[in-house]
Design a binder for this molecule. Structure first.
Ligand SMILES: Cc1cc2nc3c(=O)[nH]c(=O)nc-3n(C[C@H](O)[C@H](O)[C@H](O)COP(=O)(O)OP(=O)(O)OC[C@H]3O[C@@H](n4cnc5c(N)ncnc54)[C@H](O)[C@@H]3O)c2cc1C
Length: 501
């Protein structure tokens, strides 16, 4: 039994748990990360199939050039110079295919704006308004870009629906489809997506887009190495089944094997609804409990493809393939286990160790609604090997046929290495319904989807993608917000932007 008393125990070793751990260890705290799975990393993990390494929840990162938002955070976490980053093409970091047209999205706001004006000359004024609004919003929100300190954080003024905003500046039709084609990166339709989230994600990737060469520098190992180098400890196979709470104050945790570990404070970084399983729910108000259990973003179904021929076209850009101009269709469709078309497939590739090789590990993703996830869950429970497998095979074939619309010789070039569904994510990370981006933050109920890092239980804090914004960047910011609460906002921000060491 570990008799130490830690300054902080962090539950969960995903990006938010590790970012919090590194920041606490940098401040001299004795920190321990507990992970229920046998491998640390949460959604930063990779896995190997048929000789290829595939990512789970990190395909692309934005804003990693010096002075850009995520660069500050990666530098502060001491991982920036440890990662082998592959820059996506400046001419086309994203390619969007619609039935009759396809568009190459270039890096740089001005480049993209000019390209849009060339394609949609009659909407030049609306396009200019969109980019000037994007710039205005981004420069007035706190901590997305730690290099910008707005006089007043105006984020809450920009949480209305993206759809209404686009309508208000006369953007519609195909231009609207193109501007909202990146919605799978936040998993919400333009009718419900808060403008703020769309602007943050779009800005991040327009600044610059990279992949991590996971073969040379696995992201999860790089985070763990940085944490351990500062004295942090990570225990895997350590599921926390209960928090030890006395007088509404948390003092430790109990693991599945009944081992008790004690600490001055605890940070929970898993899906927030799981907190109700590990401490008496009556300690939280019913309204708060309802918020913890509210709707999640959809999950993602993935097919890991080994691109066997040395001709993979996805080396320097990610690709969305839409089978209609209706980008929102994928959020409203009935059931892809029946005859419904998929709507969208997203493709992203990981390079080989040998950079001259164009024989890549490609991930194909499509959204899975909560209704479809429920069906898959039912099949999984009924018969792990038959009905569930048959359903996965059906979706896999649909995905391959969908890709065939753009790459007609796909079947000659690839081998299916693996498939996974939200059930797989739920098994590995315990995330509710395997949701890709956690609790939904809709324009209609924005504040209910945002959580303060401090809880009603003294010394128990929350972090993770559901607490703040989703994605690697959003999850890190949720841990920064938490550490600002512990160490002071100005103090930590100054350290992050290098004004003080
Ligand atoms: C398929 C997919 C692709 C994605 N692609 C990208 C991308 O390209 N770029 C990007 O920025 N974002 C991407 N994302 C989103 C990104 O991966 C997530 O937003 C982010 O990783 C969430 O991190 P987290 O720390 O909040 O959660 P997690 O990574 O889920 O970490 C939480 C951890 O807590 C552990 N845990 C929970 N309960 C307990 C307990 N009781 N005891 C012990 N441990 C516990 C879990 O096992 C898990 O390891 C993607 C997501 C998915 C699903």
């Amino acid at each position: 039994m570990d008799k130490s008393i830690y300054d902080t125990i962090i539950i969960g070793s995903g990006i938010s748990g590790m970012a919090a751990g590194i920041m606490l260890a940098k401040e001299g705290e004795k920190a321990l990360v507990l992970e229920q799975h046998s491998i640390a990393g949460g959604m930063t993990q990779t896995y190997s199939r048929k000789g290829k390494i595939f990512p789970t929840g990190v395909h692309r990162l934005g804003s990693l050039k010096p002075g850009q938002p995520l660069w500050y955070y990666f530098t502060y976490l001491d991982i920036m110079d440890k990662l082998d980053l592959v820059k996506l093409s400046d001419d086309c970091f994203e390619r969007v295919y619609f039935p009759t047209n396809n568009y190459k999205i270039p890096t740089g706001h001005d480049n993209f704006q000019n390209k849009l004006i060339k394609n949609f000359p009659d909407q030049e004024k609306s396009i200019a308004t969109y980019f000037s609004d994007l710039k205005h919003v981004i420069s007035n929100i706190g901590m997305y870009d730690p290099g910008i300190i707005p006089k007043k954080d105006l984020s809450l003024r920009h949480t209305g629906p993206l759809e209404e905003y686009l309508k208000s500046i006369d953007i519609s039709g195909r231009l609207k489809s193109l501007l909202t084609a990146n919605s799978p990166l936040y998993g919400i339709s333009s009718k419900e997506c808060p403008l703020l989230i769309h602007f943050i994600v779009s800005d991040s990737y327009l600044n610059s887009s990279f992949r991590i060469n996971e073969l040379n520098t696995p992201f999860s190992d790089t985070l763990a190495d940085s944490f351990k180098a500062k004295g942090g400890k990570i225990y895997v196979n350590s599921h926390v089944k209960k928090l030890i709470i006395k007088n509404k104050t948390v003092i430790g945790v109990i693991l599945d094997n009944n081992e008790r570990l004690f600490s001055k404070k605890i940070i929970f970084s898993g899906h927030p609804s799981l907190i109700l399983d590990i401490c008496p729910s009556e300690l939280f108000r019913p309204a708060f409990r309802n918020r913890l259990n509210q709707a999640n973003t959809p999950g993602l179904f993935g097919v890991a493809l080994k691109w066997t021929k040395n001709n993979c076209p996805l080396e320097k850009n990610d690709t969305y393939i839409y089978d209609s101009w209706d980008v929102n269709y994928q959020y409203g469709r009935d059931n892809i286990l029946q005859d419904d078309p998929l709507g969208m497939v997203y493709l992203s590739a990981l390079p080989d160790k040998d950079k001259s090789n164009k024989n890549f590990a490609v991930t194909a993703l499509t959204g899975i609604s909560s209704r479809e996830t429920c069906l898959l869950k039912k099949y999984y429970k009924e018969s792990k090997n038959n009905k569930y497998k048959a359903a996965k095979n059906k979706i896999t074939q649909k995905i391959l046929n969908h890709i065939k619309q753009v790459y007609p010789d796909i079947f000659e070039n690839i081998e299916v290495a693996d498939t996974y569904s939200p059930i797989t994510f739920q098994r590995y990370t315990l995330t509710k319904n395997g949701s890709a981006y956690g609790i939904q933050k809709t324009a209609q109920r924005f504040l209910e989807g945002m959580f303060h890092p401090a809880t009603k239980i003294r010394n128990l804090f929350l972090t993770g993608q559901s607490i703040g914004f989703n994605g690697i960047h959003g999850s890190i910011v949720s841990s920064v917000n938490l550490c600002q609460l512990l160490f002071g906002k100005e103090y930590l921000t100054n350290k992050i932007v290098g004004r003080q060491n």
